[in-house]
Design a protein around this ligand. Sequence first.
Ligand SMILES: Cc1cc2nc3c(=O)[nH]c(=O)nc-3n(C[C@H](O)[C@H](O)[C@H](O)COP(=O)(O)OP(=O)(O)OC[C@H]3O[C@@H](n4cnc5c(N)ncnc54)[C@H](O)[C@@H]3O)c2cc1C
Length: 421
Amino acid sequence: MSPRRVRIVGGGLTGVLAALQAHRLGCREIDLHERFDDLGGVARSRQAHGLELREGCLYFGPRGDPMRGLLESHGVVFEDFENRFGSVSPAPGGELAITHDFGGPALATRDLTLSPMAGDTLTDRLRAYPAEIGQALTRYCQWHLGTWLDEVHESAAIPLAINRVFPVGPDIAQIATRKRADRLHDELYAIPRQLWGRLDNLTAALPRGGFGAFFTQCRRELERLGVRIHDTSLVSPRQALAERQPGEALVWAANPMPLFKTLDMEAPKLIKKSFATYAFKVRYGGPLPFYVQNFTAQGAVFRIYLYESRGQAVLLAECVREASDADLRRELHRLMSGFGGASLSIGEQVAANVGPRWIYQSTDAMKKLVALRADFARTLGDAFVPGAWEPYSKAEKFAQVNVGLAAAFDAADAPAAVSAA
Ligand SMILES: Cc1cc2nc3c(=O)[nH]c(=O)nc-3n(C[C@H](O)[C@H](O)[C@H](O)COP(=O)(O)OP(=O)(O)OC[C@H]3O[C@@H](n4cnc5c(N)ncnc54)[C@H](O)[C@@H]3O)c2cc1C
């Protein structure tokens, strides 16, 4: 038996996947509410001059990725590509340290010794490293986020792309030995894949035709399955809870902030930071897609993403602040100098956008989201499925929501376990 009805609030990737999963688990009364007139959330396709703007290098895994498997079973077609990337890190004398096939920072150190992490802030994480690495990372994080790092949760290391550091100087064999022997060394240090033959992220995939075609296909498939999609339907938590019917599971795959007020809880302090994004038509002789992360803490650009849209090579520059066109072009050429930059010709700017991103969790938000989740579990039991608010990665979100849905479906088999608020 399954819940008679599953109501999903939020039509981003998490909400779309939750609807497919609820259907797979046997539910045939599914409502999906999205506040805007388009599915997709942060992954929604945005267009400029007929080209797709892709912020954030959102990829899927190779065949075998569970999220991809579910989508493929519903007709979504993926195209595999060779996953290529690199990074630029600070080097003595203001030089650039170019690293191929590694998207994290490569930082010089004499010593590999790590201290245990004393707490859960980003500062605690950076302090675990030897001093010269910790200092370079602190400069980078302050430049990127412009905030006190002791208010940021250490999990922000993932969207900051510093979840692993390549320690430059020590012997590769020595780093590998430490990584194999100790969990903390394995978590905090990396070796670029070509240097030690670990080839697990060689292939990645994008939906054929881009994210616009992807969400069109998802919508078509959801409608074919009988999922009722409610566009421009901004659902308030009070409304969602008041309208709950017996045997209904509610999946909150949307911004959790309004939920705090519903439970008379204090909303958390968030990390507020605006970023600027610029898109250019380009010509480039290297492989596409390709991205480069900048850890020098200089200039404006923190990531360059090169990809193809409708046969046109596009360069998307993600920046910690706004920048003039001339400065931007100079900086892009400098950062690309170690990655076939001589073949890069930057043409017309086709888009510029400034806006906040909510992907860096504060320690306060992490603490309060745990309390919020616990309160909902106490009042609604498994009939409330929190939308995996804390993790950044879409794969982790997918896995967490699936666990929540599975529990809701088990609970529906044992109705006494589901207590209404
Ligand atoms: C710039 C950027 C880059 C990223 N890059 C990656 C990446 O490379 N890899 C990765 O794994 N993850 C990445 N992420 C993380 C990303 O958040 C997830 O991968 C995933 O796309 C999030 O989907 P979601 O559905 O959980 O949230 P969202 O995409 O935020 O969707 C939430 C949806 O809920 C709707 N909504 C909100 N409130 C309401 C309401 N009250 N009623 C109805 N609808 C509502 C919103 O309009 C939105 O459509 C990135 C995020 C950003 C911002």
